[in-house]
Design a protein around this ligand. Structure first.
Ligand code: ADP
Length: 564
């Protein structure tokens, strides 16, 4: 969709949500329904008809008393008080996922529901969402919403699906969301996510669902806090506190001020240097969102510190330093039901901690076979699953890869992205047939098979807010080799050969020589001291990478914000 230029840049903003019903009731804070007791009613059994039979001879030995039935474990009590949260973001597994954001938008709400939160997830109803999901959605309502500075309005449909205690509300509008990929280019994406931010709030208003917390994710939801505190300030929704989580500061939604003014119709007061405005002519959706948020979180403690420096701040370091009093880091987890090697149906041979070493061998052979690599369980197989962009340290990988292929080592790369990297890795495969596989695609099933079938897993990122692939690889007993940045630093403890502790291999500066060294340290242990290597595999599988602790931290912050 072409970006229209504003007809009248100076139009002042009015609350243009009039067509959406105002919220009247607060339904979210309702007490949870009383929990069902776990003890099922005893099954009704017919009383046996007494038969006249000869008295049986007394048994010589008294029968052993029936064992006492084990009492059912008492369900863990839900923490009080209950809180309601609306998650607003641009992707959510399994409906649509391009990276870690999609995983978090699925797994964190699920974990919060288990902690007595009432969670709605609001995402666009993209054309790419598979029919199997669309068929499950129920039409919840629709309205027209004023959006642009010239009064242009757009249809907002709400399609709902309730699953595992989480309510998913999909914002429906074919004009914005029919395309193939959630993200295309800023010319299309800026209007799309202006619309989405406002529509998400208007949908909450329409449904009369006023959450305690509105939790926004990344720049695509950047205008939500701005709308909430300006155009929605006199609606019931304004009662909510607003949290923004930065999943990746590189992406901010920047565009020229007139275009953003046109599409958002936000008041001029929001376009100041403390909020949306950046430099003289630019507006920045994430920057504005951060300014209007009550709390900013990012996905690891180290990254929370890094983004306040010029090196990692992506131009927003001063803004983040200014708001550092409300900035926190909470490391991501993974959904340990989806990522469970013991029950993973996508694996050739599911395995648990007890049979991990044999299980991983079987998966390695299956992986080698399916990818056309030499089948040899003795080879050291290194995996890499990533968006192929310069954030991910792929220049370092390209620099060391040819030297790694020494007859004992194989490399499996799964990813899509920049043509430069795709072509480099294709050429690498071509030069090392049978030892290197560059699978240039997005393939969820193959990703599981790689996590299970490789020995070591590379994440040498230039920066990494949290990173999920190192968490998944540990869960599958593949030893991560990572650069000490962001969440990689917070989640991978370096191997200590003297104490036999740690989860993987790490290096600090962004230099190919250091990556080379880290990989060789891993290979040395693998080939020369397999028992210690295997112990690290088991340690990794036993490490807690679930959402349990982090979801509890989010809940604590929600409670701090909502002390009513
Ligand atoms: P980012 O969000 O920066 O892309 P993360 O490490 O946080 O990186 O999350 C990446 C997620 O996307 C992981 O679940 C990973 O398995 C998945 N992923 C990345 N590329 C692919 C691919 N080509 N095929 C399948 N899954 C992929």
């Amino acid at each position: 969709m072409p970006t229209k230029q504003p007809k009248n840049e100076t139009t002042t903003a009015k609350a243009t949500t009039a067509k959406a019903k105002p919220a009247a009731k607060k339904t979210a804070a309702k007490k949870p329904a009383a929990k069902k007791t776990t003890a099922k009613k005893a099954a009704k059994v017919e009383a046996p008809v007494e038969e006249k039979v000869e008295a049986a001879p007394e048994p010589e030995v008294a029968p052993a008393p029936a064992p006492e039935p084990e009492p059912a474990p008492a369900p863990e009590p839900m923490p009080e008080p209950r809180r309601s949260v609306a998650f607003i973001g641009s992707e959510c597994y399994p409906f649509v996922k391009t990276g870690g954001l999609g995983d978090v938008m699925y797994a964190l709400p699920k974990a919060l529901v288990a902690l007595n939160c009432d969670v709605k997830v609001i995402v666009p109803n993209y054309g790419v969402i598979k029919p199997e999901w669309k068929e499950k959605m129920v039409f919840r309502g629709s309205f027209d919403m004023d959006l642009c500075a010239d009064g242009r309005s757009f249809y907002v449909g709400i399609m709902e699906y309730v699953w595992d205690g989480v309510v998913y509300d999909f914002i429906d509008n074919e004009e914005f969301f029919a395309g193939g990929n959630p993200y295309t280019n800023l010319v299309d994406d800026i209007p799309k996510f202006c619309y989405f931010g406002k529509a998400a709030l208007a949908a909450l208003n329409y449904m009369e669902w006023v959450p305690d917390i509105i939790h926004c994710h990344d720049w695509q939801a950047g205008l939500v806090p701005v709308y909430l505190r300006t155009m929605f300030a006199d609606t019931a929704l304004s009662h909510a506190k607003v949290v923004t989580t930065i999943h990746n500061l590189r992406f901010q939604g920047k565009y020229n001020i007139p275009t953003l003014k046109y599409w958002s119709n936000l008041p001029d007061s929001a376009f100041n240097m403390g909020a949306l405005q950046e430099e003289w002519t630019e507006a920045n959706m994430l920057k504005g969102g951060l300014a209007y948020s009550d709390l900013i979180t990012t996905v690891s403690n180290t990254y929370a510190g890094e983004i306040q420096t010029a090196e990692y701040g992506e131009g927003l370091d001063a803004h983040l330093r200014h708001h550092s009093g409300k900035l926190r880091g909470i490391v991501n987890g993974i959904d340990i039901d989806i990522w469970n090697p013991a029950t993973d149906k996508l694996l050739a041979a599911p395995y648990g901690v007890d049979d991990a070493i044999e299980g991983k061998k079987a998966n390695k052979l299956a992986l080698q076979k399916s990818l056309g690599l030499y089948e040899d369980s003795g080879k050291f197989v290194i995996g890499l699953i990533s968006r192929l962009t310069n954030q991910k340290g792929l220049d370092l990988v390209s620099a060391v890869a040819p030297g790694l292929i020494d007859g004992n080592t194989q490399l499996v790369i799964l990813g899509t992205g920049d043509a430069e990297y795709e072509n480099n890795f294709r050429a690498l495969e071509n030069d090392h047939k049978g030892e290197v596989c560059a699978y240039i695609a997005y393939d969820e099933a193959l990703s599981h098979q790689i996590y299970a079938g490789c020995d070591a897993f590379l994440v040498p990122s230039q920066f990494e807010p949290c990173g999920l692939t190192q968490l998944i690889s540990m869960r599958y007993g593949s030893v991560p080799i990572v650069r000490e940045t962001g969440g990689l630093k917070d989640t991978v403890e370096p191997y200590n050969m003297y104490e036999n502790t740690g989860n993987g291999y790490t290096f600090d500066r962004y230099e190919s020589g250091l990556l080379w060294d880290a990989i060789n340290r891993a290979k040395t242990l693998y080939f020369e001291d397999r028992a210690d290597w295997d112990r690290m595999v088991i340690r990794d599988m036993e490490k807690d990478v679930s959402w349990k602790k982090s979801a509890e931290q989010y809940r604590q912050y929600y409670l701090e914000l909502t002390q009513w």
